[in-house]
Design a protein around this ligand. Structure first.
Ligand SMILES: [Zn+2]
Length: 366
């Protein structure tokens, strides 16, 4: 629109921060170029979009290997599509909580017929890892606790359908099930993943620990509440809760193995400005396929969230980014994350960076 080219350019820039599939990204980029902004920026040319796979959005949690295992192609992509599942079929795997009986039947069939099925108000669990019933009860109670705290802390609505949780005992079985359920070939490094389209999580859960499931549950819930959540916040918060303690009123992340990644790669830790302005492609290093940098970016995001938690600013940060009105920013989109972090955490970004870095070095034992 004449006179609004700059706004249009910023708007399309914002749309590009979403996890778009390649075709949609091209359309937005074309439109963006037509806006002919006074200071044109190069459209982001992302050749690998990690999360959209033939219409399915994939979030995977990986073990911290910085090199691909032997036999695995050197790629940072976390899954490849072998068979496209009709979106209608995925949608048909979502069940209202009141339909738990038919859900058990269908999910049991999908899981291959020998799964133990249990359900709770918000979850249906298909266990293929031979958990004793009492452990499945503990897992579903723990998941209900985490969901309740996410909802209480961030205002995320409870999902209208049951979240389906498939439990397996090994990487082999995870790969087999991913193929069977979602037509995906996943990396052997993958220890769990989630797919919003059928509201499912699939994970290696040998005992009662729900770290990986808490991580994936955050991804599933944030998607319907805060669709353009920036990468550092989406992955930082999901990873924060993979090691966490549920209290009566909250959920609190605790230090974990990602601190070791930072300790080992101090020189690769991005600056805060860099971290909070990264798009998904840079955050995941999906073009360079640099596994080490990818792991460091994720670990930095997690530790920045751990720092914000210590400052009691997590909820305010989440709210500030979620409630921003892109039509009325009063400053550039590129500067927006910096201003928001400064406003919520107090002081200039340089001062925040100093405080974060000194805290982080102590925390990781440097
Ligand atoms: Zn994740």
């Amino acid at each position: 629109m004449p006179g609004l080219e700059s706004d249009g350019h910023e708007f399309f820039g914002l749309v590009l921060t979403y996890d778009l599939d390649r075709a949609s990204r091209r359309v937005v980029e074309r439109e963006m170029q037509q806006c002919n902004a006074p200071t044109p920026q190069q459209p982001t040319d992302v050749t690998v979009v990690r999360r959209m796979l033939a219409g399915v959005e994939f979030h995977g949690k990986m073990i911290p290997l910085t090199q691909p295992p032997p036999g695995m192609p050197a790629t940072a992509e976390r899954a490849q599509v072998e068979r496209t599942i009709d979106p209608a079929e995925l949608a048909a795997r979502r069940f209202a909580p009141a339909d738990s009986d038919s859900a058990k039947l269908s999910i049991g069939n999908l899981a291959g017929g020998n799964a133990t099925l249990v359900n709770s108000p918000s979850f249906i669990i298909a266990d293929l890892a031979d958990h004793p019933k009492v452990q499945l009860g503990t897992i579903s109670r723990s998941l209900e606790g985490v969901l309740g705290r996410f909802s209480g802390k961030y205002g995320m609505p409870r999902p209208p359908c049951l979240v389906t949780v498939y439990l397996v005992s090994s990487a082999d079985k995870l790969q087999k099930l991913a193929k069977q359920l979602h037509g995906l070939r996943i990396s052997p490094q993958c220890i769990g993943y989630s797919i919003p389209e059928d509201m499912s999580m699939v994970a290696i859960v040998p005992g009662e620990g729900i770290g990986t499931l808490s991580h994936e549950l955050f991804h599933l819930l944030v998607r319907s509440h805060f669709g353009d959540v920036p990468p550092w916040m989406d992955e930082g918060l999901a990873a924060l809760y993979e090691s966490s303690v549920v209290t009566d009123s909250s959920i609190v992340g605790t230090p974990n193995w990602r601190g070791g990644i930072l300790r080992e790669h101090l020189s690769l830790i991005p600056t805060l400005r860099n971290l909070i302005t990264m798009d998904w492609a840079s955050f995941d290093q999906s073009e360079s396929r640099d596994f080490t940098k990818q792991a460091v970016n994720h670990a930095t995001a997690r530790y920045f969230m751990l720092y914000a938690q210590k400052e009691e600013k997590l909820r305010d940060l989440y709210r500030s980014f979620r409630e921003r009105d892109v039509r009325n920013l009063g400053h550039t989109l590129a500067e927006d994350p910096v201003l928001r972090v400064e406003e919520v955490l107090g002081g200039s970004l340089t001062a925040i960076e100093d405080r974060f870095q000194s805290w982080c070095r102590l925390e990781i034992g440097q």
